[in-house]
Design a protein around this ligand. Structure first.
Ligand code: PFF
Length: 445
């Protein structure tokens, strides 16, 4: 038996978890979903979901991982032997696999933009031209596929050589840099003409813009961004020490993650309105707007290269966590060596991600109105993650022994968790009912 790693120290824990949470979800997916779903109201609902549902569920997943010290499926098997709860874990592994299928593709796009930025090719174009550039790039059957393969190979090498911790150490410096850079960009955006229109779009909740689908999307985005609902946090928490203050770390992760998303919005939306573009551009939003912003700044090559490099790194730490969910499952449940498990997962993901990338080209048919890429995104973020969230809240709220739960949360009585009753109420009733309502409403909408 190989031993399970442990995260070294508290900083390592927060970093790795924030590394998982902060990624393309915040900087690429959040702005485009907000833009497509009407702005203010979507963002308000997203924030409500993050703090009232996301945060308690992050705690619940942490508690399961700390107690069970196993992969997602193993954790359910250990805490609920001879029951069907482990199926929730299987659903998580499937979700993780499917998310990787499109996440690697977008990580590849980031790498391409980094490559173009350092060569100085992201200059002197109008937003219209950047749009054409992006559209023709993703529709090409070769370049995006090559980048996807390179990204999978890189992550594979990182994981197999056990330098994952190295990446986390590097990101300790680089992630704050990404954050500072985004604040600089946000200030720049706020000074553009018509910037206030973008801010109003983000922060003025217009009730008439709320659709039932928008609410489900906001919920899904909250879960996606927090890496919630598929056992990623269970898997990471299984490497936490017993002395982890779960509510505190859960709160830090939740706060940081949503802050990055909001700052990304403040970078994007003022610029969208200032350049006379539409906020509902879709997956290309960030790839069209950001080059337009960069080229107006002094030293555009420097800033744009740095940004795409850091964004790729943020994507990297997230995709590593996704890989880990599936790898830990394969390794522990089938008793494979770590190397064999990692390789198997990488190869399987390679096939799916290449297909997802090709699905954006004309070579591939659109299936029921969506490409494979869009299906993977839709099924995971709007179906599997919310369902996973319901399952975890029911599991921890009803099934897990309350004394054990309290013990884990209070670090064996080191401090007192005063809101435990409220917390249990939330897990038992509020969270599952809210999520299911949104869900069912959509089925019949
Ligand atoms: N939270 C990541 C992001 O926002 O980019 C994506 C993600 C990572 C989702 C890990 C789920 C997961 F398990």
């Amino acid at each position: 038996m190989e031993t399970r790693d442990n995260f070294t120290g508290k900083i390592g824990i927060v970093l790795a978890t924030v590394g998982s949470a902060v990624g393309l979800g915040n900087i690429w997916r959040f702005p485009y979903e907000a833009g497509q779903n009407g702005g203010g109201a979507f963002i308000l609902i997203y924030l409500l979901c993050v703090f009232f549902l996301g945060f308690p569920l992050v705690m619940a997943e942490f508690a399961v991982g700390v107690k069970a010290k196993a992969n997602v499926v193993g954790s359910f098997k250990l805490l609920a032997p001879n029951t069907k709860w482990f199926l929730v874990g299987i659903m998580g592994v499937v979700a993780g696999f499917m998310i990787m299928g499109f996440y690697y593709v977008v990580t590849g796009w980031t790498a391409e933009y980094f490559w173009q930025a350092i060569q100085g090719n992201l200059l002197h174009k109008s937003s219209e031209e950047y749009k054409v550039m992006f559209d023709s790039f993703i529709a090409s059957p070769i370049k995006p596929v090559i980048w996807t393969v390179i990204m999978i190979a890189l992550v594979h090498i990182v994981i197999i050589n056990g330098v994952k911790n190295g990446i986390e150490k590097v990101s300790k410096v680089l992630m704050p840099m990404l954050f500072v850079l985004m604040i600089i960009l946000a200030i720049h955006s706020l000074m553009l003409p018509n910037a206030m229109q973008g801010i109003r779009f983000m922060f003025e909740p217009k009730v008439e813009n709320v659709t039932s689908y928008g609410v489900l999307t906001a919920l899904g985005q909250a879960f996606f961004s927090l890496s919630l609902g598929m056992g990623c946090l269970i898997t990471y928490a299984s490497y936490f020490g017993k002395d982890t203050h779960i509510p505190r770390i859960a709160f830090q992760v939740t706060l940081l993650d949503s802050l990055v998303a909001i700052v990304a919005g403040v970078v994007i939306f003022p610029a969208v309105f200032s350049f006379g573009l539409q906020p509902d551009e879709g997956t290309g939003l960030v790839f069209v707007i950001l080059p337009t912003i960069f080229q107006q700044m002094p030293f555009p090559i420097f800033w744009s290269s740095l940004f795409y490099l850091l964004l790729a790194l943020a994507a990297f730490t997230s995709v590593i966590s996704l890989h880990e969910v599936v790898t830990a499952f394969v390794k522990e449940e089938f008793s494979y060596t770590r190397k064999k498990a990692v390789t198997l997962v990488s190869v399987a993901v390679l096939v799916l991600a290449v297909l997802a990338s090709l699905s954006l080209t004309l070579l591939f048919p659109v299936i029921f109105d969506k490409t494979l890429f869009e299906w993977l995104d839709f099924i995971t973020a709007t179906i599997l993650l919310p369902l996973g969230g319901v399952a975890v809240s029911l599991f921890v709220g009803w099934y897990v022994d309350k004394r054990i739960l309290l013990d884990v949360l209070q670090q064996e009585g080191t401090w007192k968790f005063r809101f435990f009753k409220t917390y249990i109420f939330l897990l038992r009733y509020l969270a599952p009912v809210c999520i299911m309502l949104v869900f069912v409403h959509n089925l019949f909408a």
